[in-house]
Design a protein around this ligand. Structure first.
Ligand SMILES: C=CC1=C(C)c2cc3[nH]c(cc4nc(cc5[nH]c(cc1n2)c(C)c5CCC(=O)O)C(CCC(=O)O)=C4C)c(C)c3C=C
Ligand code: FE2
Ligand code: FE2
Length: 367
């Protein structure tokens, strides 16, 4: 059970006015159930997106429908079953919670906005939530992608989906996008505190691995900034933590298919560290703002097994930012900066607002 919400999460619609501004927090998406059928529906939509798999359609679609979906759906469903919670898929549970907390934080900061969340693949869809924001009166919408590092495979696909929604709307709201925050001070600080809190409770490791989701290496050569933004996040985080060179490694996980992806790959990195005599490794996944299949199963289960089987003695997975109070504050500040110039501010005493916000943060202690 996640802890109680530290904020009042009802939108602060005082003065009887409808909100004119909406915020849509978009994450990747996840199956509705951990069953082969639901996973197949999700993977069909996800892997059918030309932003995700950049292979000519005539080659890829027969492979996807004839081989990948029949083989992968059941295997993947079995993995999802190991991380499923009574409330559903962790990715969706955390994203929904972040949207509620963001609503509360922005309200405490005096922004009269309506926050919703959506999934790029699966439910609730981006189109349904844009419809809902528009129905609630939003004439301006800020689309906030949950990915800290921009990639054509993820962030651009959210932009595509918003654009395709707008094609069927007569009165299109003003639209803004937050496409990245890989070097945002608040984001880096929240990550650093998360790691330091773990180290205060469990001691320090011999080595820290920062594992990011991979993409095909070809995307880097085609100009995708993802690799560089991951490296920037890693450097900033290592500097903030005061890590010595050689005491941490940045790696890429979740390789799919036979093509070369960004290297070094996470699992071989963990095995090499164990073989080199590293007794304890900690792994954090700064590119994932919510725990999900890729962190809870691929890292915390498969990564652990690989490290220990190769002779490692202790493996710690450091949970993602999820509903961490410093993270919600960072997300709030990122959002507020992008709302600048849009008239969302409630007339209020700034000191009273700051005090209310601090009170809320104090009760939502780091988790
Ligand atoms: C096939 C190509 C894939 C690319 C390119 C890709 C990029 C990418 N993905 C994320 C974040 C997540 N991916 C997740 C799951 C997942 N990813 C792929 C494939 C690609 N991802 C697949 C097939 C899957 C499904 C699981 C499986 O069958 O292995 C998730 C977790 C979703 C969940 O439900 O928990 C996340 C999050 C990023 C950030 C990214 C590029 C930067
Ligand atoms: Fe992925
Ligand atoms: Fe994976």
């Amino acid at each position: 059970m996640p802890p109680a919400l530290p904020y009042q999460t009802e939108p602060p619609f005082t003065h009887g006015q409808a909100p004119a501004t909406g915020v849509l927090l978009c994450n990747l998406g996840t199956p509705d159930e951990p069953t082969p059928d639901a996973v197949r529906r999700y993977l069909r939509e996800f892997l059918g997106d030309p932003r995700v798999v950049e292979i000519p359609r005539a080659v890829w679609l027969p492979l996807l429908h004839g081989v990948i979906l029949p083989l992968r759906s059941a295997k993947s469903a079995a993995k999802y079953a190991t991380i499923w919670t009574p409330e559903g898929s962790p990715l969706k549970v955390w994203t929904e919670r972040q949207a509620k907390l963001l609503q509360g934080w922005l309200g405490e900061a005096g922004h009269r906005v309506l926050v919703r969340y959506a999934m790029r693949y699966g439910t609730p869809s981006i189109a349904s939530q844009l419809d809902a924001l528009k129905a609630a009166g939003a004439t301006r919408i800020l689309v906030l992608s949950a990915y800290p590092q921009y990639s054509g495979t993820t962030t651009a696909s959210v932009v595509d989906e918003v654009a395709s929604w707008s094609r069927r709307i007569r009165h299109v709201p003003e639209l803004r996008f937050v496409n990245r925050y890989h070097d945002d001070r608040g984001y880096i600080e929240a990550l650093a505190r998360r790691i330091e809190t773990h180290w205060r409770q469990h001691g320090r490791p011999d080595h820290l691995v920062l594992s990011f989701h991979g993409v095909p290496e070809r995307t880097l050569k085609l100009g995708d900034p993802y690799h560089c933004e991951c490296q920037a996040t890693g450097r900033l985080l290592a500097a903030r933590l005061g890590l010595a060179p050689g005491s941490w490694t940045l790696s890429f996980q979740s390789r799919f298919g036979k093509a070369k992806w960004l290297e070094p790959y996470t699992q071989p990195t963990l095995v090499a560290l164990a073989r080199r005599g590293v007794a304890r490794v900690d792994v954090a996944c700064p590119g994932f703002t919510s725990d999900c299949l890729e962190t809870l199963e691929e890292i915390a289960q498969e990564g652990r097994d690989a490290f220990l089987a190769a002779g490692g003695k202790a493996f710690h997975f450091i949970p993602c930012l999820n509903a961490d109070a410093a993270w919600i504050r960072a997300l709030g500040e990122i959002t507020a900066r992008h709302l600048a110039g849009w008239p969302t501010q409630l007339p209020a005493d700034p000191q009273a607002l700051a005090a209310a916000r601090d009170r809320a943060l104090a009760t939502g202690a780091a988790r």
